[in-house]
Each structure stands twice: as structure tokens, then as C-alpha cells.
Design a protein around this ligand. Structure first.
Ligand code: PRX
Length: 664
């Protein structure tokens, strides 16, 4: 297991507690600690009854379920299996039917600052027309569509339209390369690829459709019948006859009514690819019923959503946070939400604060990386400091995706929340579907840097390598002991990988292994996440496998061997550091710089800009054991600039350490 970073050490010594005090606490969904305890007790008394109640309360079922949990093929669990429903119906129609059609669903702000407002009525019409457009291209229940689109109303409508028809969507983040896109198109067997001509971020237009064109020439895409293209910038209009179709004219001519396709609760709502420690990215498959129930319930429990709230999650729809806390959770819960196309630093680093002010945002949810970069920006330029904006509408702040260091937490608390707003540090993963360990704002006292306690029903625990519980204060593996409704159902095309990766035999085959190390606070039992225990990096909250970056490096004609490790970074949390052995003599000075840049650009092209290495070091070899295994522990120490004091007796070539140390 990786050793905890210095950040984590400071979190472990953190004893500050911020009890709930806001004047709205008494009317919160879960108003105090006793109410939280009562929900946990209910789940312990009658686990299935508890989840069945939540599934009935949170969703409208076309055909009610009679079975709650089916464990007969564990760990391939089924929830609410004989029930039928539709996700898009739950996100749209039911609010319109309840008389809330004129409520604002989305306040969209473009990169350039243009605001578009859509009510639930508007959204239902657009999604229905979009679904009819998909139908006209022959898309039916069970077909797969890749969505490679910007943060946009069209992107959200497209996900909802797929859900309306039972078409399984797989959204690929717009920052991924043609190669990464091709891998996903092939693995999912997509029949349709949906994209835009270009995307706009920070005032710049960036390619999308041309990347799709390239991905489709790479082979294995025979199942793709059409490419549907949203005209976003007008900057690229090469269309392939017979294959490519413009989105707007096709949607325009459709009827505004589309009967939802009722699907079984276990019908896959979507597959989202994420990085693992080995091999290619894995397609995390989510269900319709269990997933949507938890997306909806956590909006009420974690975010205490109320009818007048203006919710804003700054994630991208290309990641799980954008699925659960933009496309599905807020809409299913009937919220008004802000959707933002751009980036926090454009036109200046006050953009988030200005938008909170302009839109009257009440619940703001972002990532630690964004906070850390905005702290830095406001230290350099007082004009973009949050104090210059009216942030008095805020009542709740959220943090997601990576550990938030206590210093950033305190800054966020004081300067953004005006010391009035609880900060919800929400721990979860692509695989878990929704929040797992997170404070309920009126029920749980906060500690900076801790995600506090599991939500009711979530049986989180910390165990040793043999699966035995460890004491508070002792580090170990984070597991979830019982299945829960929004959990991953399988790895698309690879059930074996699901079983062995998430339910390892060493732990008894029954516990879900999160892949993170964690420890519980001695007094409060609060969870502290210590970071990944496998070779997965977290750069700016983006999850990247070291293997993916290594294979990209070694595909460069000059590279013989590459090893990737993470290095602590004050803004991005972790940064990518690569140790490389070339097929020629080891370069130094200017030449080393030039080759390093070439490799950086290569990785950027192979995987995407988020995977561009920050640091590249060359050596004649890598530190290896006698059996030839790379000693990553030593590389991690070198990357951090630490003295190597640990045991290196198993190292075959100790001399290499000095060379790699000097290579910076
Ligand atoms: O290491 C944990 C970290 O992000 C990983 C999951 O990444 P992904 O599947 O991309 O989902 C991110 C958004 C939910 C976890 O295994 N992580 C996520 N949230 C936190 C976190 N680490 C510490 N604190 C968190 N709140």
C-alpha cells in the first residue's frame, strides 16, 4: 500500500469539529444526528425493507417491483429486478404531471457568458424531439451510443433521450484523444456516435468532430452506422455522405411527444469508462432503477435539496459526477440547476464567484483542484477574490473527486461560504454511482479534510489484507460489506474483471473493494481517505491508470521502457512523473528537454491533454528487483525528492538511483 502523503498526516491530526448550526437545519431532510442514527438503524434492522422503501419513495414505477435484492448470482447483484420504469420519465414527465412544468430546470451559461433558461416543460419537449430523432436513425432499446459532446444543453438532452428509449449511452469526455475514443467505440460496439463540430472552452475552439472522424478510421468501428453532429461553433463542416447527419435540422422536424420505453430496473442506463490499475479502461455498467434511486436520494440527503434551491455542480458530463449530479440526480429530484460550458479561469478567475452571484446559486459543488487554483489566483490578483462578489445566497458547499486538504477546506469555508455554509466532502467513485461517505449537512459535525461518515445503508468499513476489521486509527483497505442499489453491475464485456477486481477472493469474495486506503479517526470514527492503493493516479480529480500512460510512452519510437508514478502537487493534487529508458544513449541537457517535450506531446495525442506528464526523467535503466520487477516505491520517493531510507537490499542495480536523482 502507498504511504499516506503529508497532507493526510495533517488530516489525521485534525481535531477541529464544526457542528451544524445553520438556521435551516431543523427543517432539513435529515434534521439532526438522531435522525441520521435512526436511518442507519432502520437499514441494520431490515436491509432490504429499507432500500425498498427508498426505491418506492424516490421513483415512479411503471410496474412496481416485488423483489428487492437478488443475491443468487453474487457478486452480480440485482435490485428491484421485476420492476419497470424509465429514467427520463422520472427526470421530466413526472414533474410536468405534478404541475411543475413551468419550474426552471436548467440555467445554462455558455463559455462566452450567454444564458439560456429551460423549464421542465421545455426540457421534456426537447428531449422528446431528440429521442424521436434517435428513433429515426433506427436506435432501439439495448443499442449503444457514444456521446462525445461539450458541456451543453444538447449533451444533457442526448443522455436523457437515450434513456427515454432504453438506448445505453457511453459518454466520452471531450478531452480524450481519437485513440481513447476509438477504444471505447470498439469495446461498447456503438451503433451511433454523437458529437459537435467543435467545443468552446476558455474562449478557444477545440476539435471534436475531426477527432471522431479520425477515431472511426482506426478500425473496429464497423457497427457505427451514423455520426450525429451538433453545430456548436460552425468551425468544422466536413460530413461523410450517408454516415454523418446534422443534429439540429433532424431534431427540428420531429414530434414533441415521445412515449418512454419502459425498461426493467436492471436494464443498463449507461456504461462509463474509467481507469483501472491494469489493462485498458473498463466500462463501468450502471442499472436504471438502483442507480436513479440513489442519485435522487443523495440529492435530498447529502445536498438537502429544497424546492427553491439553485444547485450547481461544476463537473463535466464526461465524468460520473456529471452523470449523477447534473444529468440524473438534480432532474430526477426536480431541482433548478446551473449548467456551465466553460472553465473557472475564463475570462478571469472570478468566474465561479460571478456566476454564483448572477444566478443566485444556493448549493455549490466543485473539486478541490479548482478551489486550490482559485486560491492561488486570488492571492495573485485581489480583484478575483470571492470577497468582491455577493455570495450570500449560498447555503451549502460541496467537494468531490480527491482529498481536500484542511487548508483549502478552511479557505473555502471562510471565503466562499462566509463561515455560514457546511462543506460536504463527498467520497465516492464511478463504480459506486453516487455519494457513499459524506456528511449530511444538518446531522453531522464537520472536520476539515474528512468525508466523515457513511450515508445510511452504506456498510463501509476498513479491513486488513485478509479481510478482518481494523481498529480506529489503523490504516487499511476501504470496503463496502454489503451490496447497495447504485453499485456497478459488471464491467462491460468483461464480467471476470468485475469479479476479480472488485470482489477479490483474499477478502472472502463478498466485500466490494474500493481501491482506496483509509483510516478512521480514533475519537469520531470519521473516515479519512488516504488515496489509491493501486496504480491509479488522481490528477485534478481525473482518474488515470499508470498503465495507460506507460503504454502511450512506450509506443513512442524512441522509448524502450517507462514507469509512471504520482508526485504530490499543490494545485492538481497529484502530478504525473515518468521515468524513461530510451532505445539510445541517455540524453542530457537541452537534448533531454527536447525529447521530453516530444514524449509529452505524444502522450497528449495518445491519451488526451489530461494525461500530459508534468515531469520526465531519463535513465540508463529503472530500479528493479532481481526478478526484474520495477520498484515503484523507490520511484515514488525519487519523484517526491525524498531521501531513500527504506530497504534497497532487493534492488538489482542500486547505482541507478543516483543517476535518476540527478536527472531532474
Ligand atoms: O481515490 C478516490 C478519489 O477518486 C477516486 C474515484 O475516482 P472517479 O471514479 O473518477 O470518481 C470521482 C468522482 C466521484 C476514488 O477512488 N476520491 C473521490 N472522492 C474523494 C476521493 N478521495 C478523497 N476524498 C474524496 N471526497
Amino acid at each position: 500500500m502507498h504511504e499516506p502523503s503529508s497532507n493526510i498526516q495533517s488530516v489525521l491530526q485534525e481535531n477541529r469539529l464544526f457542528p451544524p448550526f445553520a438556521n435551516w437545519c431543523s427543517t432539513a431532510a435529515v434534521p439532526n444526528h438522531d435522525a441520521y442514527e435512526e436511518l442507519c438503524a432502520e437499514a441494520n434492522r431490515d436491509y432490504e425493507g429499507f432500500w425498498a422503501r427508498l426505491a418506492r419513495e424516490n421513483l415512479d414505477w411503471y410496474q412496481p417491483f416485488t423483489q428487492t435484492l437478488d443475491e443468487s448470482e453474487a457478486p452480480f447483484y440485482k435490485w428491484f429486478a421485476d420492476g419497470k420504469l424509465n429514467a427520463s420519465y422520472n427526470c421530466l414527465d413526472r414533474h410536468v404531471k405534478a404541475g411543475n412544468g413551468n419550474k426552471v430546470a436548467i440555467r445554462f451559461e455558455s463559455d462566452a457568458g450567454v444564458v439560456t433558461i429551460l423549464t421542465y416543460n421545455d426540457l421534456l419537449r426537447r428531449v422528446s424531439k431528440t429521442a424521436n430523432a434517435l428513433k429515426s436513425l433506427g436506435m432501439v432499446k439495448g443499442d449503444r451510443a457514444i456521446i462525445y459532446m461539450p458541456m451543453s444543453i444538447e449533451g444533457i438532452c442526448m443522455m436523457q433521450a437515450c434513456a427515454r428509449l432504453g438506448v445505453i449511452h457511453s459518454v466520452v469526455f471531450g478531452g480524450f484523444s481519437s485513440k481513447a475514443l476509438n477504444d471505447r467505440i470498439v469495446d461498447i460496439g456503438a451503433k451511433l456516435v454523437i458529437t459537435a463540430d467543435e467545443q468552446t472552452r476558455g474562449g478557444k475552439n477545440l476539435p471534436l468532430k475531426s477527432t471522431v472522424d479520425e477515431a472511426l478510421t482506426m478500425g473496429g468501428c464497423e457497427a457505427v452506422e451514423h455520426v450525429l453532429v451538433n453545430r456548436r461553433t460552425g468551425g468544422y463542416d466536413k460530413m461523410q455522405e450517408g454516415r454523418d447527419v446534422w443534429l439540429e435540422p433532424l431534431v427540428e422536424k420531429q414530434l414533441a411527444k415521445c412515449e418512454p420505453t419502459w425498461v426493467e430496473a436492471e436494464h443498463p442506463l449507461f456504461v462509463l469508462y474509467t481507469s483501472g490499475s491494469t489493462g485498458s479502461p473498463k466500462g463501468v455498467q450502471h442499472s436504471t432503477g438502483g442507480y436513479l434511486m440513489w442519485a435522487t436520494q443523495t440529492m435530498k440527503w447529502t445536498f438537502d435539496l429544497r424546492p427553491n434551491d439553485v444547485f450547481w455542480c461544476t463537473a463535466d458530463i464526461g465524468w460520473i459526477t456529471g452523470h449523477t449530479y447534473i444529468t440524473y440526480g438534480p432532474l430526477s429530484a426536480g431541482a433548478t440547476q446551473i449548467v456551465f460550458e466553460g472553465i473557472p479561469t475564463y475570462p478571469d478567475s472570478g468566474r465561479f464567484w460571478k456566476m454564483i452571484d448572477d444566478h443566485g446559486c444556493t448549493i455549490f459543488h466543485t473539486a478541490p483542484t479548482a478551489i486550490r487554483s482559485l486560491i492561488k489566483a486570488s492571492e495573485m490578483d485581489d480583484k478575483v477574490h470571492p470577497k468582491n462578489y455577493n455570495l450570500s445566497t449560498l447555503r451549502i458547499l460541496g467537494s468531490v473527486g480527491e482529498p481536500i486538504n484542511p487548508e483549502a477546506w478552511m479557505w473555502y469555508y471562510k471565503n466562499v461560504g462566509g463561515s455560514r455554509c457546511p462543506i460536504l466532502d463527498t467520497f465516492w467513485q464511478t463504480e459506486t454511482g453516487g455519494n457513499m461517505i459524506a456528511p449530511m449537512p444538518a446531522a453531522i459535525a464537520l472536520t476539515p479534510g474528512s468525508c466523515t461518515l457513511p450515508l445510511p445503508g452504506i456498510q463501509a468499513a476498513i479491513v486488513d489484507e485478509a479481510g478482518h476489521d481494523v481498529e480506529n486509527g489503523q490504516g487499511g483497505l476501504l470496503v463496502i460489506k454489503r451490496p447497495w442499489p447504485s453499485m456497478i453491475r459488471t464491467v462491460w464485456n468483461n464480467p471476470e474483471r468485475y469479479k476479480s477486481g472488485y470482489f477479490p477472493e483474499e477478502l472472502g469474495g463478498k466485500y466490494y473493494l474500493a481501491g482506496d486506503g483509509a483510516v478512521r479517526h480514533v475519537d469520531t470514527s470519521y473516515f479519512q481517505i488516504m488515496g489509491r492503493i493501486d496504480d491509479v493516479l488522481n490528477v485534478s480529480g481525473h482518474r488515470l491508470g499508470t498503465m495507460e500512460i506507460e503504454s502511450a510512452c512506450v509506443s513512442h519510437p524512441l522509448v524502450a521502457e517507462a514507469a509512471v508514478v504520482g508526485k504530490p502537487d499543490s494545485v492538481t493534487g497529484e502530478a504525473i512523473c515518468v521515468f524513461i529508458v530510451l532505445k539510445r544513449e541517455t540524453p542530457v541537457g537541452e537534448e533531454a528537454k527536447q525529447i521530453a517535450n516530444e514524449i509529452r506531446d505524444w502522450v497528449r495525442k495518445e491519451v488526451g491533454p489530461i494525461a500530459r506528464p508534468k515531469e520526465i526523467r531519463f535513465g540508463d535503466n529503472l530500479p528493479k528487483t532481481r526478478s526484474g520487477k520495477i520498484m515503484r516505491r523507490l520511484l515514488r520517493s525519487l519523484a517526491k525528492g525524498e531521501e531513500i531510507t527504506s530497504d534497497i537490499s532487493t534492488l538489482e542495480n542500486p547505482g541507478i538511483l543516483e543517476q535518476l536523482k540527478q536527472s531532474l
